[in-house]
Design a protein around this ligand. Structure first.
Ligand code: SAM
Length: 438
């Protein structure tokens, strides 16, 4: 007798079971907000900001998984895809609203303003302004009142006031345009990827940073966006708290590819005994540095991280968000450029990698909503740089290939973004016959 294995699906959920989950989870969210004196959010511009604690994030992610599944079941594939595959129209409305400054033109009051007035302030025609505003209002980004005037909601008000709009604009401008070339680029380059072999390069005819060197206004917007992004993915907290800075005997830090040095400046403010050298190739990045109060402890140096590291006496080589925008081949070159600076040292220096550690898959405490955000970053790195975000296994493989003596001392996953990997060069490991790491 042949026994057929019945496939099991993780997907055995029903509308009723999801509704029950959502109900229970929503009560927990609401109680959490009450217990922490947060107030309950609504769609008005004065709505409370949500907490960003790990407990709240975990709840929020679970609600997302269940609520999105419920919508998928209720809508079915046809309606789900109708919305998903046409969502670039929704994004296009936000793209124009950002570049035409709709969020600033609508006043910060309860009365609102007509589409004709928004159009006049934006310097464009009323017809298109109305259509774009109406699309946004379907997402509760602006509210269209019965008298036809548009006023702010919590979401539109957020984009009016938050510096996060620099990241939204960069995403809907350059990133969006580059990503739309992804399939054409893969057809052209099915087996390779890199800075000059990417969807971005195909769209703009230059590498990401090359394009920004030629467009200083865009470069400034990106630099602002990066500053703001660090608030969103919470990677400064992990950098500050998950490495024992106080234990350092050598308090000299080199921030490799440190941009305008904002991370070093923040660390310098937290730890007064540390000194920093911020290295970057871009003179534009280096020129926008604002070290102010800590300028005697934060210095800047132009340096290409594909060439040998010139500073051989630092205690920490910080590499924040510089590998995720390079493919493996380039990342290996960058790390190998550091090795001579770590060799024959009695003070046991560290490499600190502050980059995303992508979960292998959504399981256990990792929700699909959380994995989706990491995967968005992974594919963004693919589109912009022909590069990747890496899983724990990818990081181990990469470091082993650079030099078998590189030893991972700790890895801290961050559900909201960049994690932290502490690495040292273990002098006792045989370069040719490494110990097999666990
Ligand atoms: C994603 S940004 C990260 C900046 C900073 N570490 C941070 O976390 O905000 C990457 C940085 O690498 C710099 N960069 C790119 N190519 C470089 C190279 N060959 N040598 C040195 N820096 C480079 C860019 O100018 C940019 O500032």
């Amino acid at each position: 007798m042949v026994l057929c294995r019945i496939p099991t699906y993780q997907n055995n959920v029903s509308i009723a079971s999801l509704a029950a989950d959502i109900s229970a989870l929503s009560m927990r969210v609401s109680s959490y907000l009450d217990a922490n004196y947060h107030g309950q959010p609504d769609f008005t511009p004065t709505s409370v900001a949500l907490p960003e604690t790990p407990e709240f994030e975990a709840l929020r992610n679970q609600v997302n998984d269940s609520a999105l599944d419920l919508l998928r079941l209720v809508n079915g594939p046809k309606n789900t895809f109708r919305t998903l595959f046409f969502s670039h129209m929704d994004l296009a409305a936000a793209q124009v609203a950002l570049s035409q400054k709709f969020f600033e033109h609508v006043p910060d009051d309860k009365v609102g303003i007509s589409a004709a007035e928004v159009a006049m302030r934006a310097g464009m025609d009323e017809d298109r302004t109305t259509r774009l505003l109406k699309m946004l209002a379907t997402h509760r980004i602006f509210e269209e009142q019965i008298n036809g005037k548009f006023r702010h909601t919590a979401s539109s008000s957020f984009l009016r006031t938050s510096a996060f709009n620099a990241m939204c604009e960069a995403s809907l401008d350059d990133f969006f345009k580059a990503t739309s070339e992804m399939n054409a680029w893969i057809e052209q380059s099915p087996y390779s990827m890199g800075l000059e072999d990417s969807a971005f390069h195909k769209r703009f005819g230059a590498t990401f940073y090359g394009h920004y060197e030629e467009n200083p206004a865009k470069a400034t917007r990106f630099s602002n966006a990066m500053n703001e992004w660090s608030l969103i993915d919470d990677n400064f907290a992990i950098l500050r708290d998950r490495f024992d800075w106080l234990s350092l005997t050598n308090a000299k830090v080199v921030d490799v590819g440190g941009g305008n040095g904002h991370v070093s400046i923040d660390l310098a403010n937290e730890f007064p005994f540390l000194t920093f050298t911020v290295q970057d190739l871009s003179t534009h990045q280096l020129s926008t540095a604002q070290a102010h109060d800590v300028q005697n402890r934060v210095t800047f140096q132009q340096y290409n991280f594909f060439t040998p590291q010139p500073i051989h006496d630092a205690g920490v080589y910080l590499c924040r968000a510089i590998f995720h925008n390079h493919n493996d081949e380039d990342s290996i070159k960058m790390l190998r450029s550091l090795i001579p600076a770590l060799e024959d040292r009695s003070d046991d220096p560290r490499i600190l990698i502050n980059d995303i550690i992508v979960p292998e898959r959504a399981e256990g405490a990792v929700t699909r909503a959380e994995e989706n955000q990491h995967r968005q970053m992974d594919l963004l790195m693919l589109a912009l740089f022909g590069a990747k975000e890496r899983t724990k296994r990818d990081w181990k493989r990469l470091l082993e290939e650079v030099d078998p003596r590189l030893e991972i001392l700790s890895m801290h996953y961050n559900p909201r973004g960049a994690g932290l990997i502490e690495v040292r060069l273990n002098p006792t490991t045989d370069k040719k016959h490494p110990k097999l790491s666990a």
